[in-house]
Design a protein around this ligand. Structure first.
Ligand code: 13P
Length: 279
């Protein structure tokens, strides 16, 4: 149907009182599985890739494929750069046609985060693209490397951040973390409620893998309009590929393996879309 901006999907989610799923992809099978699930559910999605994934899945190859999949999909799809770390990468994604970018300045001092995000908002406006930014620190780590300690978003900082940057969507830290949770996290719904009351922009929940449907619903009721899922899709692909290899016992077949990878991602995306669409 169409490649759309993330802003359009966030507005739709607001009207419907649901959240749009943002699904990370790292190869063609992930793109195919995610788009098939969205088409079957007749629900828009966001296809995204984080900067730390680019050594495995180069932007020059992934970007055009994600954009082509969005343009050919039977549902609206936005294409998003997740956790952009360098302004050059954000620029590259915008030049390629990404309809949304995140700049992650959460490790920077507040004033520097504000200054950099403000520049990204200005740049993205030349492309008609949506901008997401993060305040506070989401725990764990997207990709390899040292895990970050959770630092909850300060609602007063959130007001200043949104006012001064003009950002379109705000990723919050409320005890959520990237990767598989060792134990079910105790999300700070009290903090989320304060942020939701204080700012008017749609909120984003990172670290969606392992959050229960009830917790997702509560987050959606408290203003979360975009939910990121990465690890659950990567794990689903790996499990499905392993089962496929085990079944073929000694005579692995690439084409069967490719179909199994896509099917694993499809099942995971389908399950999450159903939860995010629940009212
Ligand atoms: P998970 O890997 O925990 O699903 O987090 C995804 C995410 O927030 C990507 O930015």
């Amino acid at each position: 149907m169409s490649l759309v901006t993330m802003q359009e999907l966030l507005e739709r989610a607001e009207q419907k009182g649901c959240a749009v799923g943002a699904f990370s992809v790292g190869n063609m099978e992930m793109v195919l599985g995610a788009v098939r699930a969205a088409e079957e559910a007749e629900t828009p999605i966001i296809l995204q890739i984080a900067e730390v994934r680019l050594p495995n899945s180069p932007l020059e190859l992934m970007g055009p494929m994600m954009l082509a999949a969005a343009k050919n999909a039977a549902v609206p799809v936005a294409v998003h750069l997740d956790h952009g770390l360098r302004p050059e990468t954000v620029h590259k994604a915008l030049e390629m046609g990404f309809t949304s970018v995140m700049f992650d300045g959460s490790q920077l001092p507040l004033s520097e985060n504000i200054r950099t995000v403000k520049n990204v908002v200005q740049l993205a406006s030349d492309y008609g693209a949506t901008v997401e930014a993060e305040l506070g620190v989401v725990g764990g780590n997207e990709g390899e490397g040292k895990a970050h300690e959770v630092l909850c978003t300060d609602p007063a900082d959130a007001v200043r951040f949104c006012d001064e940057t003009g950002v379109d969507a705000l990723a919050v830290a409320i005890g959520n973390a990237h990767g598989n949770y060792p134990v079910l996290p105790a999300l700070r719904f009290d903090v989320l409620e304060k942020i939701h009351k204080a700012v008017s922009v749609p909120l984003v929940l990172h670290g969606g893998t392992g959050i229960t449907p009830e917790m997702f619903r509560k987050c959606i009721r408290l203003g979360v309009r975009k939910i990121n899922i990465a690890t659950a899709s990567f794990d689903a692909l790996a499990r499905s590929a392993k089962a496929c290899c085990d079944e073929q016992d000694g005579a692995p077949n690439y084409f069967a393996l490719s179909a199994c990878e896509a099917a694993g991602v499809y099942e995971n995306v389908k399950r999450h879309i159903a939860i995010f669409n629940m009212r």
